[in-house]
Design a protein around this ligand. Structure first.
Ligand code: XMP
Length: 507
């Protein structure tokens, strides 16, 4: 398979994901992995990722130069190109103005890496430093108006691109990776999602041994898939804790118990903690504080359950890759976007180890794993629901009354989406309750009530998204039903913001 050496770029998992999509095994290792260990995986190719540091800085992140002497094809991407140039004797300098976003890429020399690409195409750039002098044995393959964008040493099968072929904005990026992986590295298509399950089951058994694991089951896709996967590996050494935070969708608690307790015969304990959450959220308006409070309270409830249950060694979580990327800066400056609540937060004194079998996967891949594990389709293709739940969909201060109002409106919207065959056509749809009150008239009476926002997003990886173009008639129907049936809402609006610059959730 392919080894991806990680220099900390926020796009690294996209490389892993592309390789998996091609049906080729890949593994992401930190850039400082010793060469012997890299070779022990018998890679057919090595990809050096992008990263936030500079090769000219004092403690620059580099690889051992023998890496280039193994007769294994290497592809350097962005920072990976600069590392390659620097180590092999070229020169990397600070650019004059950097290059971010779209660029026009021009091929100046043929190479197997760029087979079937047109001479000009659009690529996605994100760099400040640039290669200014090629190492010996290298040729210039392509440029942008600003910089050297592709170089190669065909004899040694060392390639490097300054742009990011792994992001979808690079027009022919997928083809470039395909050329590298199949033509240059000669990889075979022999990896499937079932191989992922097999590998993870083996890893989980190895890691857990005969110890015990607890997992917070939310009923959402991620934690459910994690639970079923872990149960497959270690059976009833797994105990699931289902915390009813009071911030769930209508009747969700009962549904979760029915499906996972009765259908999957899981060992589940339900904790009714609504009051605690509402108490803690009283008077709190600020989104990040609300998220922190909900996350902390969640962990606290867990802690208490864990203390009650003896000899638990592992805390399992359905963390997926986008949760990680948006929550922490890897080793560099990719700023925290939102603090997702299912990352880290491990109670130290419990001495629990984290078990996160899905942490390298994207949502659509998690769904594939779920189907493969035999989880019913309607659960697997259920829209994602964030950990803080309705706590971040009631904008501003959260109380029980507002949550009740929101639950009813949300149920109507989802019901109509399913009825009209639209639910599966969008990636995530929900209602947001605004604390804004406005004036209306119902019958002969003046009303002064809250505003509901309908939000629906279309996305593949939840990192970028567009709003769903519903027919007006559908929006009208949903609006009428919500205003007529939900006491407390007298106005409905539709959110037409894309991500970025907005996010999918409102808080
Ligand atoms: P945003 O609002 O950042 O959301 O565009 C992207 C996706 O992440 C979900 N989300 C969360 N999921 N814990 C989660 O497990 C969280 O704290 C959290 N916050 C947002 C969101 O619903 C969307 O699917």
């Amino acid at each position: 398979g392919i080894i991806i050496l990680d220099f900390g770029s926020q796009y690294n998992q996209l490389i892993g994901r592309r390789v998996r999509e091609f049906g080729v095994y890949s593994e992401i290792l930190p850039y400082y992995t010793p060469i012997e260990e890299i070779l022990s995986h018998q890679p057919k190719g090595i990809i050096l990722s992008g990263g936030p540091s500079s090769v000219n800085s004092e403690n620059a992140h580099l690889v051992e130069d023998q890496l280039y002497e193994q007769n294994i094809p290497v592809l350097g991407i962005c920072y990976g190109m600069q590392v390659t140039a620097k180590i092999l004797g070229g020169e990397v300098s600070e650019g004059i103005k950097g290059e971010y976003g779209k660029s026009e890429f021009k091929i100046v020399k043929d190479t197997p890496l760029l087979t079937n690409l047109p001479q000009n195409s659009t690529v996605w750039m994100s760099h400040f430093d640039e290669v200014t002098e090629l190492p010996e044995g290298f040729e210039l393959i392509g440029t942008t108006s600003n910089s050297i964008a592709c170089i190669a040493n065909e004899n040694k099968k060392i390639y490097a691109v300054q742009f990011h072929p792994e992001v979808s904005h690079s027009e022919y990026g997928e083809l470039i990776l395909r050329n590298f992986i199949f033509d240059i590295c000669q990889c075979n298509k022999n990896w499937e999602i079932s191989d992922f399950i097999e590998t993870e089951v083996r890893k989980i058994r190895e890691i857990v041994g005969n110890k015990k694991v607890m997992l917070g089951l939310s009923g959402g896709v991620d934690s459910s898939v994690a639970a079923v996967l872990i149960q497959k590996a270690i059976g009833n050494q797994l105990t699931c804790i289902f915390v009813d935070t009071g911030l769930l969708r209508k009747d969700e608690g009962d549904k979760v118990m029915k499906v996972y307790g009765e259908h999957f015969h899981m060992n589940i304990k339900r904790v009714n903690a609504e009051e605690r959450f509402f108490f803690k959220l009283k008077g709190v308006n600020e989104p990040e504080r609300k998220r922190k409070i909900i996350g902390n309270e969640f962990i606290r409830v867990f802690e208490e359950e864990a203390f009650k249950m003896e000899d638990i060694d592992f805390l399992a979580q359905g963390t997926i890759y986008p949760d990680i990327i948006e929550s922490k800066s890897v080793k560099g400056p990719s700023a925290v976007i939102k603090s997702h609540h299912n990352v880290g937060g491990l109670p130290d004194e419990l001495n629990l180890q984290l078990l996160e079998p899905l942490r390298e996967l994207f949502k659509d891949e998690v769904r594939k794993v779920g189907i493969e594990l035999g989880i019913p389709k309607e659960l697997v293709y259920r829209h994602p629901f964030p950990g803080p739940g309705l706590g971040i969909r009631v904008v501003g201060e959260v109380d029980e009354e507002k949550v009740k109002i929101l639950q009813q409106a949300d149920e109507i919207f989802i019901e109509e989406l399913i009825k009209h065959g639209l639910y599966d056509k969008v990636s995530q749809a929900f209602v947001v309750l605004l604390p804004v009150k406005s004036v209306g008239v119902m019958g002969d009476e003046r009303t002064y009530e809250y505003t509901a926002v309908i939000r629906s997003a279309n996305t593949v990886d939840f990192m970028t998204a567009t709003w769903s173009k519903f027919p007006y008639e559908f929006l009208e129907l949903v609006s009428n039903r919500i205003i007529n049936e939900v006491k407390g809402i007298n106005r409905v609006t539709y959110d037409i913001s894309s991500k970025p610059p907005a996010t999918i959730e409102w808080e």
